[in-house]
Design a protein around this ligand. Structure first.
Ligand SMILES: [Zn+2]
Length: 143
């Protein structure tokens, strides 16, 4: 699978910087907030623009994976509706909390690879209607 860059997946899973693959992306192990820059190489993370991309990807991935599994499980075993509610809510929460940070790091690595930081900066800093520049410090990096 030449189209799939496994080094980006490894970098994303480790939540490391897409440039040096050593610095931590997140300020804390329990938050989704990106650091402003890489502590190892100094890559400026404020130039990234992730928006809701990782969350939307996760909604589609988990939705397409879990709904058929729930239907198949229900076809073979008699589980009350409240059992499905508890089971699938728990599974979804665990998978979401476990994979959202690595998926966000993976999307950031994809963005770093395919959209050069400097080019992105030139596009986002100029506003043709007002002529004003947007400060990267004002960007929101939460999902
Ligand atoms: Zn780095």
């Amino acid at each position: 699978m030449a189209w799939l860059d496994t080094s980006l997946i490894k970098t994303g899973w480790a939540c490391k910087c897409p440039k040096c693959k050593k610095g931590d992306l997140y300020a804390s192990k329990f938050t989704m907030n990106l650091r402003n820059q890489c502590p190892h190489c100094g890559l400026d993370y404020t130039k990234s623009d992730l928006a809701d991309g990782p969350a939307v990807f996760l909604i589609f991935i988990l939705g397409f994976a879990l709904v058929p599994i729930a239907l198949i499980l229900d076809a073979f075993y008699t589980i009350p509706l409240w059992g499905h509610g508890i089971l699938w809510t728990s599974v979804t929460l665990i998978l979401t909390l476990g994979t959202l940070r690595p998926l966000k790091a993976y999307v950031l690595a994809l963005q770093y690879k395919h959209l050069p930081w400097d080019q992105k900066n030139k596009q986002s800093n100029s506003s043709p209607s007002t002529g004003k520049t947007d400060s990267p410090k004002n960007k929101d990096h939460d999902i």
